[in-house]
Design a protein around this ligand. Structure first.
Ligand SMILES: [Zn+2]
Length: 338
């Protein structure tokens, strides 16, 4: 019995050493580039090229044509050049229209470091979770996602730069959503990919943070997506205290509300936990007429207003350059080490 437990401990140790070697520490993985955390550049941390809400059971890549999509998004992507945007995080998950071949064409044509993701999205009452995933264990899902990290997505060599999941914001979480969080934790431990979870109000955040801690994962590996939907600013202070990233990612709209939240964050010294983006775009294959929102409101409206309200150039640099590179850096983050 004793010998057996020594064997188990040895296997765990070997597994740990192997995975430490397998995870390239402090890397940023985009579609056409593996950079280091020293590669500075301006980020948009939550945007979309294409989203199809038809549902996991009906989605079909034949419903969109790459050239048509590229022509529709072209003006919005060309507009980014004037603002020196380097990194474009495409947050569309699998079964909602993630198309890495399309993203690769866009990355090359518009000279952007496009970051894509692995994971499944449970928000929307699991409409976007495929049937097989509803019946799979967390470990089985983590194996699929880790395999995308190691070998590439959809038969390509393109690797995810983060894990994107989604939950309906409630406490306790829906059981399938909770399983997705378990799978994301297991995938983080085997890959070092940061977990970005569509959450909304904070009530759905806390059960996720609790699960991370059960796995020994630091909340610094977690992005609270759509945090702008929380109305109680105290929750932002608690989230920053816990150590997670707070994503105010709807800055294409309701600009004044977001500016108030950013001023609150600066006043309370938690700007080092904030990510900003537009959650803008996107081509929708189910629509006859495409109305794509631009990705430039932050540069044209939000930043000038923040500067008027006492923000410094360093603050802006922190939001658009320094925080994102830390948040999306691929490294295993365990409690006590990060
Ligand atoms: Zn989004």
């Amino acid at each position: 019995m004793k010998r057996k437990s020594i064997h188990v401990a040895f296997a765990v140790l070997l597994g740990f050493i192997w995975s430490c070697k397998a995870i390239p520490s402090n890397r940023i993985i985009s579609i056409n580039n593996i950079g280091t955390a020293n590669d500075k550049g301006i980020w948009l941390t939550h945007e979309h090229i294409l989203v199809d809400f038809i549902g996991a059971d009906s989605i079909n890549p034949a419903d969109w044509d790459h050239d048509t999509v590229i022509e529709k998004v072209r003006p919005n992507l060309e507009a980014l050049k004037a603002h020196n945007v380097s990194y474009f995080v495409d947050c569309t998950p699998a079964y909602l229209g993630r198309d890495v071949r399309l993203l690769e064409k866009i990355a090359n044509e518009f000279n952007l470091k496009v970051v894509t993701n692995t994971g499944f999205y449970g928000a929307g009452k699991n409409k976007f979770v495929p049937q097989f995933a509803k019946e799979s264990s967390a470990q089985q899902l983590a194996t699929i996602w880790t395999n995308e990290f190691k070998n590439g997505i959809d038969g390509t060599k393109i690797r995810p730069g983060f894990i994107k999941i989604g939950v309906d914001s409630q406490n306790p979480l829906d059981p399938i959503d909770e399983k997705l969080v378990h799978a994301a934790c297991l995938t983080h431990l085997s890959t070092g990919l940061t977990i970005a979870s569509h959450t909304g109000q904070a009530k759905g955040l806390w059960p996720q943070i609790l699960l991370l801690k059960k796995y020994g994962i630091s909340p610094s590996a977690f992005i609270w997506v759509h945090a702008q939907f929380e109305f109680d600013n105290e929750e932002y202070l608690k989230a920053a205290e816990a150590g997670c990233w707070i994503s105010l990612d709807n800055l294409a709209y309701e600009t004044e509300q977001h500016i108030e939240k950013l001023v609150f964050a600066k006043t309370h010294n938690i700007l080092d936990h904030i990510l900003i983006s537009h959650d803008s775009g996107w081509y929708d294959p189910q629509k006859e007429v495409q109305q794509l929102n631009p990705y430039t409101n932050i540069f044209e409206v939000v930043i000038p207003e923040l500067l008027k309200r006492g923000f410094t150039e360093e603050d802006i640099n922190q939001l658009l350059v320094e925080n994102p590179i830390k948040a999306f850096s691929v490294e295993r983050r365990t409690i006590g080490t990060n």
